[in-house]
Design a protein around this ligand. Sequence first.
Ligand code: SF4
Length: 400
Amino acid sequence: MRKIGIYVQVPFCQTKCTYCNFHTGVVASSRFAPYVEAVCGEIRGHRELLKAAGVGRAGGFTGKAHSQEWPWHEPAVDTVYVGGGTPSLLDPAFLQNMLDAIRATFLGELREVTLEADPETVEARKAGAWVAAGINRVSFGLQSFVDKELVAAGRMHRRADIYRAVPILRAAGIQNISFDLIAGLPHQTRESWRQSLDKLIALAPEHVSVYLLEIDEGSRLGAELLGGGMKYSAGAVPSEDEMAEFYEMAQESLGAEGYHHYEISNWAKPGFESKHNLKYWRREPYLGFGAGAHSFSGTERWANAHDAAAYVAAVQGGRLPVEQHETLTAESALEEELFLGLRQLDGIDLGRIEREYGVRLTGRFDPLASAGLVQLEGSMVRLAPERLSVSNEVFVELMR
Ligand code: SF4
């Protein structure tokens, strides 16, 4: 039976980064314990909570790939991802409690347990406790190695914190570290991006994620870029063409160092691809716990309320505050297959999709292939590796 992934959301941060469009907040540390207790309660009681919230009625996990028993029999779990927010802010005992609740509730061996961490929160005592709790992968929010960029972005850490934290993690026994970089931060130049890439490569992480700055109303920097102003250095944000160039520099440098580019934003040393995140792109089932956490059963998607206080109050009251709940139509499932599948550099097998969905897709990609945006090989279609920085054009075209 295919194993599911579990995502745990910790929506707390020390400050709010200027580019951040996540539902995270800066709260008193006294709110951590009740939150963790609520998450453990949700994990242990999820079957009853979901049933009461009306989730799972569509059958879920149907189709040959999934167990027919979902959701009222426990699926086995093999990956856990504790994200946020800044979950490394929590006392490690809280992380241990949540992982213990998962082990006590679900079958299966946890093969990949990822913790998102920010460099300034790493201490030897904590790192030792993370490993003892079963965490074997750390996803590190570095974003840049250039202090001027980190300051402008409102990050808490500086380059020196990265050099302090990485040896602590290695000494604690973490053998799988992922680094995040953002292309497009204020004050970033070709030279400073080159510096960040070189310094990242010198630290030899097993996995790298490179994200382009997202520009939308949801962050203070995004709002300033769209609406004007000078407070968050919007005037110093690189152009779209520069961001595309930075992305291509990352592609070239990471490829030359033996990193496998397996998803638009992700590179890994062989064997270190994120097992958990691959489930998202492959449309495999996962459960999310905590405020704002999303879940997918194969036929339904749902999400908890974002507000952490409302979430805690609801779980304490024996209710699950499901804010969004959608039973997928065949059309939306097909769209997901295309959009999520094409994010993976291996591409998608149109023959499989045509068989499963009873549609004809083959001709649909011909204009994109003629424009050099995708490659067709037998029944496989994939984004053209040298045109990935403009992959949005493919997605826009597919939406027509
Ligand atoms: S640390 Fe991450 S989640 Fe928290 S404010 Fe910054 S970008 Fe957002």
